[in-house]
Design a protein around this ligand. Structure first.
Ligand code: C2E
Ligand code: CA
Ligand code: CA
Length: 653
């Protein structure tokens, strides 16, 4: 081993690169068996020449040992061709080849010289031929190990040449010189060919490493292209690809089962971002991405579409089973998320569409799941809706409404009714303007329907501004102490154009802004908290007031209620409906009213329909009321009469 290290050091090519060693090994394992075959033939021929002339130990036994060693080595190398050893073992094997080449070369040439004295001039000629041809064979076959040739030159050729030069014969010294010069020259040529071999291998190594880099780069790019970087889930692109693939599989073999697409949207995520910051928001999304797959069947594909929206490809199941599966996922998200900054509770809503019954293309399927999601959000947040024929009819109706909305002239098609908001004694504090649309084709369309369709079709701005102008015109004829309440949608609040137009209308009408109350729903604010806060602040800086509408249906918590620039809260009608029967509803109304007191806000209760409700509310601390019990919404023309009656009542009271 020591010798081999020394040899490797002196004659080494300085390469410890494993790939280079591997290339050397593979080249050698192809040539070495052939090399041994040639050597064995050479040895047998030389030995046969001397049988009977030289002692048996030299002519039979020693060559037999050499042949045996050569055979073993040849077989080992041949075996190595199919069993690639470890890099370390390969290094050892290569060193062994170098050492063996030197030792065997030296031994065999010494054997040949030992036989020399037993032969005549002709057999001696064969000895010289044997040594030269054996050494040339070894040098050629072991060319990838470039230290072998110089070593053999020193260990074999030079001593043999000296031996020949010392013979008492004038041909042998000439042969010796010839041998040294010819083989020396050959070594130079081989060294050059070795450096070509080395260059070729290094180029190959470089190419391989470039290819590996390229492959890993390609891998990273395709991962980035298909993975959501924040959560590690599949991204929108990868989800849509998977969806198309599933549809193609279904249509292709006819054996693949159907499936369902789910879209899941978090409720109350945006305020988390706004209140706790984006870092907490990101961690929340990561935790959602962890909880979701854990709560769904293992074969579900879970993707993040962007923001707080996730998509699912669910295994085939019946409507009820699908609802149950998704309810479990929603329940998993309902547990509080705990962060060092505080604990956060959110919920989620889900829409599902089944393939192939709801739609036959990926795009349509996605749209229908999205529709089911919107439906869930509007009717029952936190629930799961599976797209059905009912929704299909809803979509058709919405399309018809949107179609009509595009073609009507708002000023002619729409009008406003006004519903009084009254104080504890039933005396009017102001009126809420409520839009009405009686279409010659569609008939009466409910405001919550056309407002939603207008929002979705991007037509709400077209409605809001003319209606506001008309409300201002009407309110100018009311007594100065009565306020005008006007509803703004989420889209209005987030649209700079609409907000600018509203401010311009106030100026143009020369209406005192202090008499204006803009009503914005909680969910509208939650859609884009910071933008909504900016818009509300703008209205308040103008002198107008702001009411938080439908309070209790959204996700306001005390922490961001404080940050909202508002003057009034309107408790949602749903609480008043349950007032008489449900203690919880009573507690909620009481709690909201006392929260308003502590925050210095007016508290208006909507939807008061009965005397019993009013009776309860009288002790709840609310500051104002609205509802059919006091008055239904009325046209502008009826307001003067209503106000006259109220005045009469006040006087008689
Ligand atoms: P909202 O802002 O909560 O308006 C109050 C709704 O409750 C009105 O329904 C009103 O007619 C109804 N209401 C009042 N008192 C009672 C009651 O005692 N019992 C019952 N059952 N209902 C009562 P309406 O007019 O159908 O409006 C529905 C929603 O449409 C409104 O809810 C509002 O969010 C939206 N909306 C109406 N007009 C406009 C508008 O001009 N612009 C915008 N952006 N939204 C509007
Ligand atoms: Ca309202
Ligand atoms: Ca309301």
């Amino acid at each position: 081993m020591q010798i081999s290290r020394w040899v490797a050091k002196v004659f080494g090519d300085g390469s410890d690169v494993p790939e280079f060693r591997r290339a050397q090994y593979s080249e050698l394992s192809r040539q070495v068996p052939l090399m041994y075959a040639i050597i064995i033939i050479n040895m047998v021929m030389l030995a046969l020449t001397y049988v009977g002339k030289a002692p048996a130990i030299l002519s039979i036994w020693l060559p037999a040992v050499f042949v045996a060693v050569c055979l073993v080595r040849a077989l080992r190398m041949a075996y190595g061709r199919h069993h690639v050893p470890s890099d370390e073992a390969m290094g050892r094997a290569l060193r062994t080849v170098v050492v063996l080449a030197c030792v065997l070369g030296f031994a065999v040439s010494t054997w040949s010289l030992a036989l020399f004295s037993y032969g005549d001039v002709f057999t001696q000629g064969q000895n010289i031929f044997f040594t030269a041809i054996t050494i040339i064979t070894v040098m050629t076959c072991l060319r990838p190990l470039h230290q072998v040739a110089p070593a053999l030159f020193i260990l074999v050729i030079v001593p043999t040449a000296v031996f020949l030069a010392l013979q008492d014969n004038n041909v042998f010294p000439a042969v010796a010189i010839n041998m040294v010069l010819a083989i020396g020259g050959m070594i130079l040529v081989m060294q050059r060919s070795h450096s070509d071999f080395r260059d070729r291998i290094y180029k190959q190594i470089e190419l391989d490493s470039q290819r590996t880099q390229l492959e890993s780069l390609n891998g990273a790019i395709s991962l980035l292209a298909n993975q959501d970087s924040l959560t590690g889930l599949a991204n929108r692109r990868s989800f849509l690809n998977a969806l198309d693939q599933r549809i193609a599989d279904f249509k292709g073999d006819g054996k693949t089962a159907g499936f369902a697409v789910g879209i899941l949207d978090l409720d109350g995520f945006k305020p988390v971002n706004d209140v706790f910051g984006h870092v907490v928001g990101d961690r929340l999304l990561q935790e959602v991405a962890r909880r979701l797959p854990a709560s769904l069947p293992p074969e579900t594909l879970v993707a993040r579409l962007g923001g707080d929206e996730f998509a699912l490809i669910l295994p085939p199941a019946g409507v009820e089973e699908l609802q149950e599966i998704c309810r479990r996922a929603l329940a998993a998200l309902a547990h509080p998320f705990t962060f060092p900054e505080g604990s956060v509770t959110i919920s989620a809503t889900c829409g599902i569409a089944c393939f192939p019954c709801a739609a036959e293309t990926g795009c349509e399927l996605f749209e229908k799941a999205d529709f089911a999601l919107c439906y869930s959000k509007q009717h029952d947040r936190g629930s799961v809706t599976v797209f059905s024929e009912l929704h299909e009819a809803g979509i058709k109706k919405a399309a018809a409404v949107a179609q009509r909305l595009r073609s009507v002239v708002v000023e002619q098609a729409f009008h406003l009714d006004y519903q009084p908001i009254v104080d504890r004694n039933g005396m009017p504090l102001g009126f809420e303007a409520l839009a009405r649309w009686r279409d010659p084709v569609l008939g009466d369309v409910r405001p919550d329907v056309f407002i939603r369709v207008a929002e979705q079709a991007g037509l709400i701005g077209k409605i809001t501004v003319p209606l506001f102008r008309s409300a201002l015109r009407a309110a100018r004829s009311w007594p100065d102490d009565l306020r005008l309440s006007f509803n703004l949608s989420a889209f209005d609040v987030c649209s700079e154009t609409t907000m600018t137009a509203i401010l311009a209308e106030i100026d143009a009408a020369n209406f005192p802004p202090q008499r204006l109350m803009f009503e914005i729903t909680e969910s509208a604010i939650m859609q884009d908290f910071s933008r909504a806060v900016d818009a509300l602040s703008l209205l308040r800086s103008k002198g107008a007031m702001v009411a938080l509408d439908d309070f209790g249906t959204g996700y306001s918590s005390l922490s961001y209620m404080r940050r909202l620039p508002i003057d009034r809260i309107k408790v949602d009608r749903s609480f008043i409906l349950d007032l008489e029967n449900e203690a919880t509803a009573r507690d909620i109304v009481r709690a909201i009213s006392s929260m308003c007191q502590s925050l210095g806000l007016e508290c208006i209760v909507e939807g008061v329909e009965t005397h019993a409700q009013l009776h309860f509310l009288a002790t709840s601390g609310c500051t104002g009321y609205q509802g059919y019990f006091f008055s239904r919404p009325m046209p502008q023309a009826a307001i003067a009469g209503y106000l006259g009656e109220q005045e009469q009542l006040r006087k008689t009271a």
